[in-house]
Design a protein around this ligand. Structure first.
Ligand code: NAP
Length: 481
C-alpha cells in the first residue's frame, strides 16, 4: 500500500508555547515529518513564541535538539532545510510586548494558524490580543490544546473567550485521539463497508468495552494531575470521543458538521451514571516505589488514578447495551482499544464443544494500531471435530509495509488545520455536552465520603472494577493479553 502525500498551501503557523514539552515532543517533530515527505511546502513558516528571550538561531538550536531526540530517524540535509522555515519572536501572552513584531512577520496571502500549546488559562488572553493587535483575519485559525475546562462552567467560559474573537469555524479544539489512524479507520470500517453496519446495534451487540490503559504513573506531574483525575483527564474527552465514533449514526455526508452533529447526539443520549456503576482507584506503593498518594504529595487525596464505569446510550440503536469504559495509570500494560463484543451464537449444533462465544471486533489504538476480529473455526487437523478461537488480524504497520512510518496523530491534525478541515476536532457544543454529562457524575462522588480503592501497580485495576463486570456476568478483556 502506498501512502499519497498532497502538499498543503503555504502557511504561517504561529506556535505559542514553542519551547514547551508538547511543542518539542510532538508538534515540531510532527511538522518536520510532514516536511520530510513533502506535504509541508518549503515556503511555509513556523514562528515560535514564548516569553524566553532568544533569537531565531537560538530557537532553531532548541528545535533541532528536540527533533534529534523525538524524531531520531531524521535526515540531516532535510532537517537543515526544515529549520530554514523556523523563526522566533518573544511574546508575553498576557502583556503587550512582541505583538506588533509578530504582526509584521505574518504574510497577508498565506494560510494563518495560531496554535496555543500553552495552559488553558492563557487561551482567552491570547485570543483577545490576536484580535486587538489585528493579527486575526477572518480566514485565520486558532488551535487549542486540552484540557478544555475542568467542568461545564469553565468550558463555557473558554468557549466565550474564544468566540469573542473567532468564529466557531476558525476554532480547532484538539483531542489527539481523533488523529489516530485507527480512530479514523473505525469510521471507514463502519461506513465504507456493508458487512458491519447491519450488526451494529442492540440486536447483535452484547456490549462494548473501551480501554485506555497506561503503564506509567503520574510521577513528575502529580500536583497537576491531582487537580483533574482520570474522569476529567481521560473520560470526558478521549474515551467519550471513542464512544461517540463507535455509537454514532452514519452521518449523511463526511463533512465536519455532519460528523460532529452525530457525535453530539450520542453525548446528549448518554444516561446519568449511578455511583454503583463506577469503580475508582489509586495505585499503591510497591517494592519501595511510591504510590499515587506519594506522587501527588497529599495523603488525603481522593482523586482517582483509575476509573471504570458502565454507561448507557439511551437511543433505539443501543437500548440495553452497556458500554464499559476504563482508564488508569500504572496498569499492566500501555494499551488502548475498543472491543465490540457480539452476542453469543444462539444454539450449538456441535457436540462436546461447550458454550460458543460471540465474535469480538477489536479496534486497537496502541501500542500497534490495527483491527482484529475474533472468530471461531474448526481446530485444524484430524482427531474429531473441535473448535478454536482465532483472530483475523490486520495490523496497519504490516498493511502499510515495513518501510512506511505510521503517522503520529499530531502530524495529521496540524495538516488538517492548515487544510481547514475541522472533522477531527471537537466543536464547542460537543465539549460542553460532554461536561454536562460528566459534571453530575463527579459531583456524585465529591458529595460522598468514599475514597478510591487502592490497586496494585502492574495489575488490571481495583477489585471493584472487576466486580462491575462480574455482576453483569461479563469479563473485562485482559490488559496486555
Ligand atoms: P509546558 O512544557 O509547561 O510549556 C508551556 C509553554 O508556554 C512554554 O513554551 C512557556 O515558555 C510558554 N508560556 C508559559 N506562560 C507564557 C506566557 N505568559 N506567555 C507566553 N508563553 C508562555 O507545557 P506543555 O506540556 O507543553 O503543555 C502545553 C499545553 O498542551 C497545555 O495546555 C497542556 O495541558 C497541553 N497538553 C500537553 C501535553 C503534553 O504531553 N505535554 C499533552 C496534551 C496536552 P516561557 O516560559 O518561556 O514563556
Amino acid at each position: 500500500m502506498v501512502s499519497r502525500v498532497i502538499p498543503v498551501d503555504p502557511f504561517d503557523l504561529v506556535l505559542f508555547g514553542a519551547t514547551g514539552d508538547l511543542a518539542q515532543r510532538k508538534i515540531l517533530p510532527g511538522l518536520y515529518h510532514r516536511f520530510e515527505v513533502g506535504q509541508m511546502p518549503e515556503d511555509a513558516r513556523i514562528i515560535g513564541t514564548a516569553r524566553s528571550d532568544m533569537d531565531d538561531a537560538a530557537f532553531r538550536a532548541v528545535v533541532q535538539d528536540g527533533i534529534k531526540q523525538f524524531a531520531p530517524e531524521y535526515k540531516t540535509d532535510i532537517l537543515a532545510r526544515f529549520l530554514d522555515c523556523v523563526e522566533y519572536i518573544p511574546v508575553d501572552a498576557l502583556g503587550d510586548a512582541g505583538w506588533p513584531e509578530l504582526k509584521k512577520k505574518l504574510r497577508p496571502d498565506a494560510v494563518r494558524a495560531f496554535y496555543l500549546s500553552v495552559g488553558p488559562s492563557l487561551f482567552s488572553g491570547i485570543a483577545q490580543r490576536l484580535h486587538d493587535h489585528g493579527l486575526a483575519t477572518p480566514e485565520s485559525r486558532i488551535v487549542v490544546e486540552k484540557p478544555f475546562g475542568r467542568d461545564l462552567a469553565t468550558a463555557k467560559a473558554l468557549n466565550a473567550g474564544l468566540r469573542a474573537c473567532f468564529e466557531e469555524h476558525q476554532i480547532y479544539r484538539i483531542d489527539h485521539y481523533l488523529g489516530k489512524e485507527t480512530v479514523q479507520n473505525l469510521m471507514a470500517l463502519r461506513f465504507a463497508n456493508s458487512l458491519f453496519e447491519p450488526l451494529w446495534n442492540a440486536t447483535h451487540v452484547d456490549h462494548v468495552q473501551i480501554t485506555v490503559a497506561e503503564s506509567i504513573g503520574v510521577d513528575g506531574r502529580g500536583a497537576y494531575y491531582d487537580q483533574s483525575g482520570a474522569m476529567r483527564d481521560m473520560i470526558q474527552n478521549h474515551l467519550v470521543q471513542l464512544l461517540c465514533l463507535t455509537a454514532m449514526e452514519p452521518p449523511s455526508k463526511f463533512t465536519p458538521n455532519s460528523v460532529r452533529d452525530e457525535k453530539v447526539k450520542v453525548i446528549e443520549a448518554l444516561e446519568p451514571v449511578e455511583q454503583q456503576d463506577i469503580a475508582r482507584g489509586q495505585y499503591k506503593p510497591q517494592n519501595g516505589e511510591d504510590g499515587y498518594l506519594d506522587h501527588v504529595g497529599d495523603p488525603n487525596s481522593r482523586t482517582e488514578s483509575y476509573i471504570a464505569l458502565k454507561v448507557h446510550v439511551g437511543n433505539w440503536r443501543w437500548a440495553g447495551v452497556p458500554f464499559y469504559l476504563r482508564t488508569g495509570k500504572r496498569l499492566r500494560a500501555r494499551e488502548s482499544e475498543i472491543a465490540v463484543v457480539f452476542r453469543d451464537p444462539p444454539h450449538t449444533i456441535f457436540p462436546n464443544v461447550g458454550h460458543l462465544r460471540g465474535n469480538v471486533l477489536v479496534i486497537r489504538l496502541q501500542p500497534d494500531e490495527g483491527i482484529t476480529l475474533r472468530t471461531t473455526i474448526k481446530d485444524p487437523g484430524p482427531g474429531g471435530f473441535r473448535l478454536a478461537d482465532v483472530s483475523l488480524d490486520m495490523s496497519f504497520a504490516e498493511a502499510l509495509g515495513a518501510d512506511v512510518r505510521p503517522q503520529d496523530a499530531y502530524e495529521r491534525l496540524v495538516m488538517d488545520v492548515i487544510r481547514g478541515d475541522q472533522t477531527l476536532f471537537m466543536r464547542g457544543d460537543e465539549a460542553e455536552a460532554a461536561w454536562a454529562w460528566v459534571d453530575p457524575i463527579i459531583q456524585g462522588w465529591e458529595g460522598g465520603r468514599d475514597r478510591p480503592a487502592p490497586y496494585d501497580p502492574g495489575s488490571s485495576g481495583p477489585e471493584d472494577a472487576l466486580m462491575l463486570m462480574h455482576r453483569d456476568g461479563r469479563r473485562w478483556r485482559q490488559i496486555g493479553g
